[in-house]
Design a protein around this ligand. Structure first.
Ligand code: GLN
Length: 307
């Protein structure tokens, strides 16, 4: 008999939901602060086509930094190995929106998942696409099997209004000749990519190619097998910012978080998970999301970095 994924998700959902809520819903983007901290969903898409879910898996939420995973993939497709001239692949050990390391390291962002690196990636997309925002929306829509995806204009406006820190990072890259486009245009695109709402089910679906050696279940190649391995490596070492060591210790899967409270985690060869719970720990990662993934990883006997 095959593994009973549904009862695993149900059990994990019930166990985690019964614990008191820890952490705090992100409020530095005011539009995100309005989200109810009790929301909680889980979805698992398998490479054999089955999908399982528990809780509020069909409720859209702000993908925030999970968008950085998909823009990284788009940039890998466009630039190949040259992308790594623009951004590194070392964990930063600093907060996702930190500026300190950039000063020491000539404005070369440590990795594509901290804001500096994600802005460098979005800058790279703006250089190649006439309509970068459209390209990002279309790419995500094609991966999660939707005709159209929309931006939450409230969240986008809120990010733009409170985006001075991200603009500062972008200007810093520009001062180091690592940013060939207009700062306002790139930060606008970046804020808008973060303000896309998707559900756990859609996000698990969208990231499934990463569990499937770089191809979708329809057989469309998104990344080469080597690029897929590289993306998973960057997720494993950098996907949860300065909380990544603890996350790999507890969960051990390549993952990407967002301050909307979502985390995507990949089970290579098996499937793709997405959890959503808005209250965040001190590092800006979903507290319950990590608890849930830890229970799932323990049940599946995940060996960190191997599965
Ligand atoms: N839009 C957010 C920001 O730039 C994304 C951060 C995140 O999800 N970690 O601050």
């Amino acid at each position: 008999m095959s593994y009973d994924y549904q009862s695993l998700l149900d059990r994990v959902h019930a166990t985690v939901a019964a614990q008191p809520i820890r952490g705090k819903v992100a409020d530095y983007i005011p539009a995100l602060a309005r989200v109810d901290g009790r929301r909680f969903g889980l979805a698992l898409a398998l490479t054999d086509g089955r999908v399982f879910s528990a809780g509020e898996a069909d409720e859209p939420f702000s993908i925030q930094s999970m968008s950085k995973l998909f823009t990284l993939v788009m940039a890998q497709r466009l630039y190949g190995d040259d992308l790594w001239q623009r951004v590194g692949r070392e964990p930063s050990g600093t907060a996702f929106n930190s500026l300190v390391q950039l000063e020491h390291e000539d404005g070369f962002p440590r990795n594509p998942f901290i804001n500096a690196g994600a802005l460098a990636v979005t800058n790279a997309l703006v250089s190649r696409y006439a309509q970068p925002e459209r390209a990002i929306l279309d790419f995500l829509a094609s991966l999660c099997g939707r005709k159209k995806i929309f931006i939450d204009e409230d969240v986008a406006r809120s990010e733009e209004q409170h985006g001075d820190r991200n603009r500062a990072i972008a200007y810093f890259l520009k001062a180091h000749d690592r940013f060939e486009n207009d700062v306002a245009e790139v930060t606008r695109t970046y804020f808008r990519q973060c303000a896309i709402p998707l559900t756990c089910r859609e996000l698990a679906q969208a990231a499934l190619f990463l569990a499937n050696n770089g191809t979708t279940l329809d057989g469309a190649r998104v990344l080469s097998p080597v690029q897929t391995r590289q993306t998973l490596a960057v997720m494993l070492t950098c996907g949860l910012y300065d909380g990544v060591g603890d996350f790999v210790f507890r969960v051990g899967l390549p993952a990407k978080s967002g301050v909307g409270g979502g985390i995507i985690a990949i089970l290579p060869g098996v499937g793709s998970l997405c959890v959503w719970s808005p209250p965040l720990d001190a590092r800006g990662n979903s507290a319950r999301g990590i608890d849930a993934l830890e229970l799932i990883a323990a049940d599946l006997a995940v060996v960190p970095g191997v599965l």
